[in-house]
Design a protein around this ligand. Structure first.
Ligand code: XMP
Length: 325
C-alpha cells in the first residue's frame, strides 16, 4: 500500500471531493478485501468512526467492530457508538464493558506513566481476547491518518494507546492513511456521520484516566466525568464548541475547605482547561467569557457530588502540557 501522499492529490475541502474520495476508497477496499472478514477497534473517535462507516459501505457485514469501554470514556460516549453503529447502521458491533477489569488493575496506581502503560496493555489484552473468539478474520482495519505516518516519532507514538497487537498478525486495511484530519472530518460528513462525532475534540486514548490525577478512585472518576459533561454542555450553549480546540476538566487528588448549605465542606476542586493549538506541540489559553465561567462554576459546585471549588488553568503549553498527566 502506498504510504506517501501523491504530489497531485488535492486537499479535500469540498463535499464533491469527499464523495470522490469515498467512491475510490470503497472500490479499493472491496478489491483488497474481497469476501474476507475485517476487524476494527472502534473507539468512537473521528478516525475509527470514519473507517467503520467507509467499510460498512464497502463490505457491510464482513466488518466486525469491537468497542472496548475501558470505563474511562466521557459521559454518553459508548452509548453513542452503540446507537450510531449498531442501532442505526445495523453493523456487526461487539461491545465489551471492561470497566471493572480496568479499574481493578488501576487501583492504587498513581504514577502517570504506569497508569498509561496499564491502560494500554489491558486494552490490547481485552481486544486480543475478543478477537480470538472470532473465526475467519483476515484483515485488521485501522484509522491511521497521514500525520500518524509522517510524525510517527512525535506526540502520538509515545502517547497512543492505539497501535494494535502485532501478535494478532492480520494484514492491515488503512483507507484514510493519506488524509489529514480536516479531510477525515469532511469525509465523515459526506458519509453522513453525526456532526457531534465528526467534529469531536481530541480525546486521549487513556481517556479520563489521565484527568483523574494520581490513583483513580471511582468517586473522583464520576466527578470528572460529570463536570466534563457540564462543561461541554455549557460550551455548546455559549457557541464555543468547534471554536475552542480542546476543553475538559481535571480532578486533582487533594481536598480543600469550603461551605455548602451553611455547613463546612471538605471536598475536591475541579480544574477547567480550554486551549487552542495548531499541532498540540504548543498551546494558548482561550479567554472565556466571565459569565460563562461563572455559570459553569455554579453548575459544577451544585450538581457534582464531592466538589466544592472550580479553578481555571491559565497555563499555556509550555510550561504546562495540555493534559495534567
Ligand atoms: P499534551 O498533554 O502532551 O497533549 O500536551 C497533547 C495532545 O495529545 C493528547 N494526548 C494523548 N492522546 N494518548 C492519546 O491518544 C495519550 O496518552 C495522550 N496524552 C495526551 C492530548 O489530549 C492533547 O490533545
Amino acid at each position: 500500500m502506498e504510504n506517501v501522499r501523491p504530489a497531485d492529490m488535492q486537499r479535500i475541502r469540498t463535499t464533491e471531493l469527499a464523495e470522490e474520495f469515498i467512491e475510490q476508497a470503497v472500490a479499493e477496499c472491496r478489491k483488497q478485501i474481497g469476501d474476507k472478514k475485517v476487524l476494527l477497534a472502534l473507539s468512537g473517535g473521528v478516525d475509527s468512526s470514519v473507517v467503520a462507516k467507509l467499510l460498512i459501505k464497502a463490505i457491510g457485514k464482513q466488518l466486525v467492530c469491537i468497542h472496548v469501554n475501558h470505563g474511562l470514556m466521557r459521559k454518553g460516549e459508548s452509548d453513542q457508538v452503540i446507537e450510531v453503529f449498531k442501532e442505526n447502521l445495523g453493523s456487526n458491533l461487539i461491545y465489551v464493558d471492561a470497566t471493572e477489569r480496568f479499574l481493578t488493575k488501576l487501583e492504587g496506581v498513581s504514577d502517570p506513566e504506569q497508569k498509561r502503560k496499564i491502560i494500554g496493555s489491558e486494552f490490547i489484552d481485552v481486544f486480543a481476547e475478543e478477537a480470538s473468539k472470532l473465526n475467519g478474520i483476515s484483515y485488521l482495519a485501522q484509522g491511521t491518518i497521514y500525520p500518524d505516518i509522517t510524525e510517527s516519532k512525535g506526540i502520538k507514538s509515545h502517547h497512543n494507546v492505539g497501535g494494535l497487537p502485532k501478535e494478532l498478525n492480520f494484514t492491515l486495511v488503512e483507507p484514510i492513511r493519506l488524509l489529514y484530519k480536516d479531510e477525515v472530518r469532511m469525509v465523515g460528513r459526506a458519509l453522513g456521520l453525526p456532526e457531534e462525532m465528526v467534529s469531536r475534540q481530541p480525546f486521549p486514548g487513556p481517556g479520563l484516566g489521565v484527568r483523574c490525577v494520581g490513583a483513580i478512585t471511582r468517586d473522583r472518576l464520576a466527578a470528572v466525568r460529570e463536570s466534563d459533561a457540564i462543561l461541554r454542555e455549557e460550551f455548546a450553549k455559549a457557541g464555543l464548541q468547534g471554536k475552542v480546540w480542546q476543553y475538559f476538566t481535571i480532578i486533582p487528588d487533594f481536598k480543600s475547605t469550603g461551605i455548602k448549605d451553611g455547613a463546612r465542606s471538605f471536598e475536591w476542586p475541579v480544574v477547567i482547561r480550554a486551549v487552542n493549538t495548531r499541532d498540540a506541540v504548543t498551546a494558548t489559553i482561550e479567554e472565556i467569557d466571565w459569565a460563562v465561567l461563572a455559570k459553569i462554576t455554579d453548575r459544577i459546585t451544585h450538581e457534582v457530588p464531592g466538589v466544592n471549588r472550580v479553578l481555571y488553568d491559565l497555563t499555556p503549553k509550555p510550561t504546562g502540557t495540555i493534559e495534567w498527566e
